[in-house]
Design a protein around this ligand. Structure first.
Ligand SMILES: NC(=O)c1ccc[n+]([C@@H]2O[C@H](COP(=O)([O-])OP(=O)(O)OC[C@H]3O[C@@H](n4cnc5c(N)ncnc54)[C@H](OP(=O)(O)O)[C@@H]3O)[C@@H](O)[C@H]2O)c1
Length: 247
């Protein structure tokens, strides 16, 4: 299947590797010839790259929009024809807005995360059911997928799956800094933090609720219980709940 991607930034690059590995053919349209050339070299010319400024006919194609949300109107000016399906990874951009901007038979919003570059995205999808199977196949090439029933759910999932790598980066960095403060070498602290996240994934997979992981680690009057109380004192739980609203 040929996929037509608009945009050549972090997310486009992150997705292309997995898509190529799964046998998709890819053409990429962008505005900057130099950046497109760099992308083409990175993927050893397996991707066709072109500037979109001369106009692009998307009739019958499967298109993935990968530009910044505020760039949609600018890019849409150069797009002609009616796509088979328009997939959009643009955070916060509704299907209604996509319909006003680019013509397509069906529309799907997708929210991948940055781990797409390692085939480890967890991508939330929603939109026209006629394109559900196609969406699961395409975004399944970059990791796990979850189809949800509404755009509201997708917007919430954007925080949990799309933004949360940045929040967890803060957790990892501060645990490392704390370890260094207490005397660990930075490379040792980093090694331990990397191992922590890897093993934590196995724990989440195997325990039915996160609180059970805490119960399994915490002993009476132990260091975990004391550390946990510090996190509660500083309202870490409340802060994570509030990240969804950004307040
Ligand atoms: N990064 C993530 O973790 C993540 C996760 C989920 C969803 N997304 C979504 O993915 C999309 C792309 O994000 P990104 O992280 O790949 O950003 P990025 O690396 O900054 O790339 C943005 C892309 O948009 C183009 N662009 C920016 N401003 C433009 C304008 N005014 N007119 C035309 N094109 C313009 C850029 O073109 P130039 O290269 O020529 O500047 C580039 O191709 C966004 O809509 C974002 O919401 C990102």
């Amino acid at each position: 299947m040929l996929l037509t991607i608009f945009g050549n930034g972090v997310m486009a690059n992150a997705m292309i590797a997995g898509l190529l590995e799964h046998g998709f053919n890819i053409e990429v349209f962008g505005r900057d010839e130099k950046k497109l050339q760099t992308l083409s070299e990175r993927f050893r010319s397996q991707v066709i790259v072109s500037v979109y400024e001369k106009g692009v006919d998307i009739s019958g194609k499967n298109v993935i929009l990968c530009v910044k949300p505020y760039a949609l109107d600018e890019v849409a000016q150069y797009i002609k024809g009616r796509a088979s399906t328009l997939f959009s990874v643009l955070a916060g951009t509704t299907i209604e807005k996509l319909q006003e901007s680019v013509k397509a038979a069906h529309y799907v919003r997708a929210m991948p995360n940055i781990a797409a570059m390692f085939g480890k995205s967890t991508t939330t999808l929603t939109g026209d059911k006629e394109s559900k199977e196609k969406a699961l196949k395409i975004f399944g090439a970059i990791g796990k997928t979850l189809w949800v029933g509404s755009e509201k759910e997708l917007d919430t999932a954007t925080i949990l799956a799309g933004s949360a790598p940045a929040f967890l980066a803060l957790v990892a960095e501060s645990l490392i800094d704390g370890g260094v403060k207490e005397g660990l070498k930075r490379e040792d602290a980093s090694f331990l933090a990397q191992g922590l996240f890897e093993s934590f994934s196995a724990l989440l997979d195997n325990y039915s609720h996160p609180s059970l992981i805490k119960d399994a680690v915490m002993s009476p009057n132990g260091i975990t219980a004391k550390g946990y109380a510090v996190l509660e004192d500083y309202k870490v739980r409340s802060a994570f709940i509030k990240v969804y609203k950004g307040i």
